[in-house]
Ligand binder design. Structure first.
Ligand SMILES: C[S@@+](CC[C@H](N)C(=O)[O-])C[C@H]1O[C@@H](n2cnc3c(N)ncnc32)[C@H](O)[C@@H]1O
Length: 241
């Protein structure tokens, strides 16, 4: 199915490309699946149990090799866990959407800005995405039991806190800061041969020493970001409010 989709949509023979820079999706998938990186990644992944994967911010994988490898990882996870997988990036082209559908990935049709309340154990996969997406996911699931349903595979929160100014943390990371007390990070070993594709990524879980104190869970206004600093592409409907 992958081969058929690539040939139809990208109009190139799948196995013909020898150049890494132009590597087809199939070659990315093959290489990643056999890599030491994936072996180690898998060992971390299998510590969890999920019922669905939500992937935001893959980027244009038709033109960008990094995104193509990140999509390959998504497919490997989907196949390994044998669960439903949903994808959204506002920059996807129609061709990319068709390609994902061919891979049996469901496309999310509206820009939810990461504000998705989940109903079952869910992995959010967001390679190199703006931290405000993580902050929005936490807000949407900000309840004592609900928050334990989510695992965020994204840029390390600890690193974001270390590398960002106080102003950015105060403005953009309110729920990430509030979650620190019950956050556990499991770092992804970045041993893939391209070092800028899966770098700085961690699994983030929110299950350790969950506070019983209701005050932690109350007073949770919807995040609003300053226009000049906001990094996510916002939903036009929500901007109009
Ligand atoms: C820094 S790029 C990362 C792209 C790719 N994953 C990579 O590592 O090269 C951030 C991505 O987040 C996407 N993004 C921005 N706002 C988004 C939103 N509201 N929902 C989902 N994805 C979003 C952008 O379109 C972009 O593709």
């Amino acid at each position: 199915m992958y081969i058929h989709a690539i040939m139809a949509l990208w109009g190139q023979p799948v196995l013909a490309s020898n150049s890494r820079a132009e590597g087809s999706f199939q070659s990315c998938l093959d290489e990643l699946s056999l890599s030491e990186f994936y072996e180690k990644f898998n060992a971390s992944l299998l510590r969890f149990s999920f019922q669905e994967i939500i992937c935001y911010g893959l980027g244009n994988f038709q033109s960008c090799l990094n995104s193509r490898y990140q999509l390959a990882l998504l497919i490997l996870m989907k196949n390994k866990l044998d669960i439903k997988c949903y994808c959204y990036d506002p920059v996807f082209t129609q061709e990319e959407i068709c390609f994902l559908e061919d891979l049996e990935i469901c496309i999310i049709r509206r820009n939810e800005e990461g504000k998705r309340r989940v109903t079952s154990s869910t992995l959010f996969y967001m390679p190199h995405c703006p931290h405000t997406l993580s902050n929005n996911i936490l807000w949407a699931n900000w309840e004592k039991t609900q928050i334990q349903n989510i695992v965020i595979l994204a840029n390390s929160f600890q690193m974001i806190f270390t590398n960002s100014t106080k102003k950015v943390v105060d403005n953009d990371c309110n729920y990430m800061t509030r979650a620190l007390q019950f956050l556990s990070e499991i770092e992804v070993d970045n041993c893939f041969r391209f070092c800028d594709i899966f770098n700085d990524m961690s699994f983030h879980t929110f299950r350790k020493n969950i506070p019983e104190d209701n005050s932690v869970w109350e007073n949770c206004p919807e995040p609003k970001y300053k226009e000049e600093t906001v990094e996510i592409i916002q939903n036009i409907e929500s901007l109009a409010i």
